[in-house]
Ligand binder design. Sequence first.
Ligand code: DX5
Ligand code: ZN
Length: 218
Amino acid sequence: MASPMIAPSILSADFARLADEATAVSGSDWLHVDVMDAHFVPNLTLGLPVVESLLKATDIPLDCHLMIENPERWAPPYAEAGAYNVTFHAEATDDPRSVARDIRAAGAKAGLSIKPGTPIDDYLEILKDFDTLLIMSVEPGFGGQSFMPQVLDKARAVRKLVDSGELTLLVEIDGGINASTIEQAAEAGIDCFVAGSAVYGASDPGEAVRKLRAQAAS
Ligand code: DX5
Ligand code: ZN
């Protein structure tokens, strides 16, 4: 496995100072941007105009996590705008493959996300059409929740398929990742770790990213 990737989630950053908050984690692999529509999840955050501004303000590749209904309509514009990776939820669409195709055609990597209670077995067949699998380790909607270790079985199952060459996919985890939980997630085969409160709640977010990466690699 390549060295672990860390994707700070700006959900825990100061939204009035997003450019500075991105600079504070300039050593990160990706910057995770949580888009919520107050329908798919009971929270509302930001949308395309903010992502367009962020793209001008940082060189860190943007990892857009769309917790929204109707990704068929709303996901491709994030790819067109220049997001590096565009992830939407399996639970939000009947045709995830066609959404992935549209995201890729618009120039971004395509990611599929599943909530903690969603089994992976139903989606193994279509994962070959994706670049990223985002396993939620909390119920999507809010930062600062507790990590759900039971989702790591899904990571182990997909890791096996990646290691055996059956799938080419980055395995990402999101929710409750911090100094106490990142090692068990790393052992389960996670490639990329999203961390919101553990990074932006720290006095030095850049240092928090370096520490998490070192822990995941240990
Ligand atoms: C939750 C979001 C997460 C959130 C993680 O729905 O998808 O990206 O920011 O926050 P922490 O790391 O604090 O659990
Ligand atoms: Zn997220």
